[in-house]
Design a protein around this ligand. Sequence first.
Ligand code: SF4
Ligand code: SF4
Length: 388
Amino acid sequence: MVCMMVEIDTSELRGKWFKCIDGCGLCCLCQPELLPLELKDFRGNPGLAGVVVRSDGDPARKSIAMLKNGGPCVMLKERKCTIYRERPHFCRQFPVHTHLMWRIQLTPDYSCRGIWREDWGDGKDGFVDLEKYGLDELHRYSGEKLEVELKDANEVFEEFRRNSIDNGVWREAGELRSKTASLIGDGFFSDLDGLGSILLAVQHAREDELDVFDILRATGKGQNRRESLNAMRELSEELLTVSRIEENPIYVDGSLNWNVYNLVNGKIWKRRLLDRGGLSNISQVELDISDISVSAEGERALTAYSIKSNSRDAFMGFVCYLVDDADYDIDLLSTYLENMAMTQLDLVMRSAIVQPERRRSIGREQVAEGVVYIDMDMHDAPTIGSVI
Ligand code: SF4
Ligand code: SF4
């Protein structure tokens, strides 16, 4: 049973539908961690004991092995899970993510093309209700372990809160979200001038110890597209220059190819991750970031994504993580607005990278593909709180 005293927020799942797409396998490119009971079952099964390895990044945890060279989980054959009925909770809950902090929040991962979206889909036949799906899996997982994880996550958040108050950088989540929502309403998060204005205001606020929101309210949106283009250039270098294959963000396209994008000798290459692991070059991507602009439809799609980020506890937890990591030298409000802006710019850039032939003006469809490319990374970002 899920602890009934705690709030469970499923609002982002409501009205969404889901059906896994045969031959996709995108979520099988993430290393699946095993819960203690699952580990016991795997170790007790002679056919499966050999696939258990230490998790990447956390040697105390155990996972199913991945193919070498950036390949998928070893249990995936011809893009089908060979242990589908016994697959672990980690796999079962996808495309729902569960974040624990002061409450439990379930959110959809829009990198999964199996999610039916009211604005994109054309029918509900054979789809499952995503809110029910997420809650059912949470109930399967719940019990003592969930209570312990929730208590731990709560304690970490409370410690962060105390440290933030002591260092004078604290803002309540409600205040962060409502101030951001008012800037979203004024279009700051959907065009390059607005996003550039936020980055400049954050810089100004930090240098002169002013309130970033007051600055933005006083100055409004300026002609600050150049600031956004510079930030996108830096973001693109970070995204496209990754040393290990398995650390590359993957974009699954409409034909279910697993694509990665890399900078090689100063040129962007579209490469394909092979089912057996390893990459093959597909084509060079002609993209000049200075050419990027966003259409009115694209701006509406960007606004929609900013509203989602602003409601996600995992995003809030990511910003808290950054403040903690900076030893509380940066404040919560400026860091929150800065990272909202950077997320939007990352989305614009990815929307242009995956469909460069239509890059002149990024529209709704391109932003939608950018969301497919970015959303898994947003869910995977470090966070104060925990993800189960
Ligand atoms: S990403 Fe979605 S559609 Fe693709 S395999 Fe996973 S659950 Fe299925
Ligand atoms: S256990 Fe199955 S569902 Fe989970 S990652 Fe491996 S192949 Fe995919």
